[in-house]
Design a protein. Sequence first.
Length: 323
Amino acid sequence: MSAVILVTGGTGLVGKAIQHVIETEPEGSRFGQRPGETWIFAGSRDADMRDAKQTLDLFEKHKPTHVIHLAALVGGLFANRERKATFLRDNSLINDNVLHTARITKTEKVISCLSTCVFPDKIDYPLTEEKVHLGPPHDSNFGYAYAKRMVDVQNRAYKEEFGCNFTSAIPTNVFGPHDNFDLKHAHVIPALIHKCYLAKKNGTPFKVMGDGSPLRQFIYSRDLAKLFIWQLREYDSVEPVILSVDEHDEISIRSVANSITRALGYGAGAQFENEIDDNGQDRKPASNAKLMKLIGEFEFTPFEQALDETVAWFLDNYANARI
Ligand code: NDP
């Protein structure tokens, strides 16, 4: 069977991880390239998907039968807080163009990407798939959150009106090679890796905001990539699936920072600034019960190994990384 799989956002953290898995897993295996498959990894240079015409041109060029839709304006806490209208508008335009174009070009299947950070701010934990819309998101990222939540609404509307096979994935915090390591705008792990690297290089303290106590779930981008490939091949329902490590595999920011000092060989240790206001929520665990029930066997990469691979990539690619 021939399939053309277009990965939008194919040049980013998750897109590069999918490309890595497709190229390195044994051919014909559960996550490797299958006979008859063509994979296209598109970035914003191939099409600015805020633009309807460029999106249509990209679809007409490659004629995808399947789409993993990752393209998005993505950022950490500061970027989200400072640019709410931009996060709302850019992501709404991108998602609307991709789903509309997929429908009119009769694309067989689209998996789009939400995030556990779009869940309601005040909600009972653990997060589960049916809680996405049960209350307003945290004020700091409501632009990004509402744009992402609308994807789930659109998927259901397209299924009901046009019978489209559109669905979505909800990953937790992702990290890995090709991440954005910008000190101000990155997510916590890449930002701390970069900070620790500079502290080691300049002989300065490695300062970490907050007291290090909050707990978070982190998924290695190459594990997440396998889960997307599974969802593409083996899951056909409009209902979203949380793609995450187990809810009990939370790690404290303190432990993350200490692991980073180990991985980078920074001997002086992390200094926590202890301003509780910088902590964010204590924990916001997400359940991966639905995923594990459906996928059966799946081995997540141990955190320390994934971190070592990420740090090694960062050091090897410092000159060209997003910093
Ligand atoms: P990155 O920032 O690493 O990559 C974003 C990708 O989107 C890049 O390929 C970028 O292209 C592309 N892109 C951005 N704007 C446009 C545009 N206007 N038109 C076309 N393409 C565009 O993001 P991630 O890989 O981290 O995120 C992938 C998906 O996962 C996103 O949907 C995100 O919301 C979601 N997610 C991410 C999490 C995380 O912790 N990183 C957590 C949960 C969900 P280019 O680089 O060529 O400009």
